[in-house]
Design a protein around this ligand. Structure first.
Ligand code: PEP
Ligand code: MG
Length: 310
């Protein structure tokens, strides 16, 4: 029966006992929308907008941005479409957003921090997002409740109904409840959350073992965030690459994630893994992984509760 569920899963994401887990796509630009629809994504969990801003001397105007965001909304009528505001910084310097040279760009003025230096760029992006349709909007690299409130207020002043924040810094995960007193939802970016939890540059092969999403500390940070979101009655998505691993996807659901977002190619495998396991199994797998000490042990412990994955 399990094997059949595993092989045949189609349609919306759900666990074997029927708990819905919307499966969303990470999209890096309009060219990826068709593949996301074809893979059966139920919406977009992370629409990265950097492509609109790269390699130019002036920022794109509102009229240039609106059709891009509208195309994303129209690709998923009735589905969630979450657009992330510009995530730039000293490592991806833009000619029209000059940042003084920084010794540690990953720790510098990036993401929402840069928006505070250049509010006019944010204003234009939020204007375009508000005009484009029914979109959810979230900010990257939010560290504090005060930043979350500042961003949420900016979204509201543009008429954006759903304003969220990414959880990619440990300070934000540890105090997710405070951020959720203003934000409408959170989405965990496990790529950066690992980088900052382990002080390990995500682009540096020499420290890549520390980037392993099975590290129990990362699971603890996800659990803290998801618990805070549940208590606040708000959604907690995952949009880092870790959600693309079918076993990890089950664990993330067991930790309390309400949606999962990934590259379109990973959707069938994750859909199948969820369909073959109950929410109880996902929770037991999550608990076992958090009880482990190393990433290797965590993965093995979780898989003992996820029999369909072999
Ligand atoms: C993340 O950090 O996990 C994330 C989804 O954002 P990006 O990979 O674009 O930094
Ligand atoms: Mg990130």
């Amino acid at each position: 029966v399990r094997r059949a569920a595993y092989a045949q899963a189609e349609g919306p994401g759900r666990t074997a006992d029927g708990r819905p887990v919307p499966l969303l796509a990470n999209v890096g630009g309009p060219a990826e929308l068709d593949a996301a629809v074809a893979a059966g994504a139920e919406g977009i969990g992370l629409f990265r907008t950097e492509f609109l801003f790269l390699n130019r001397t002036e920022p794109p105007g509102v009229e240039e941005q609106v059709p891009v965001y509208r195309a994303a909304a129209r690709a998923f009528p009735g589905g969630k479409v979450i657009v992330r505001t510009l995530d730039a910084g000293a490592d991806k310097a833009l000619a029209f957003l000059p940042v003084p040279p920084e010794p540690n760009p990953a720790l510098g003025e990036r993401g929402v921090r840069l928006f505070r230096r250049y509010p006019q760029v944010m204003e234009a992006q939020l204007d375009a997002l508000a005009a484009a349709g029914d979109l959810m909007v979230m900010a990257p690299m939010v560290a504090t409740a005060e930043e979350a409130e500042w961003f949420t207020r900016a979204c509201r002043s543009h008429g954006i109904a759903q304003a969220g924040v990414m959880i990619e810094i440990p300070s934000a995960a540890l105090r997710a409840g405070d951020l959720l007193s203003s934000a409408d939802f959170v989405s965990i970016g496990t790529n950066d959350l690992s980088q900052y939890a382990f002080a390990a540059d995500r682009q540096l092969g020499a420290v890549s073992a520390l980037q392993d999403p099975w590290q129990p500390v990362l699971l603890d940070l996800v659990a803290l965030t998801a618990t805070a979101a549940r208590e606040a009655g708000k959604a907690c998505g995952i949009c880092g690459e870790s959600a693309a691993d079918p076993a990890m996807a089950c664990v993330l659901v067991g930790l309390g994630a309400t949606t999962l977002s990934m590259g379109a190619g990973a959707l069938p495998g994750v859909r199948a893994a969820l369909a073959a396991h109950t929410s109880d199994e996902c929770r037991l797998a999550a608990d076992a992984a958090r009880d482990a000490v190393t990433a290797v042990e965590a993965r093995a412990a979780a898989r003992a509760y996820l029999p369909a994955l072999g």
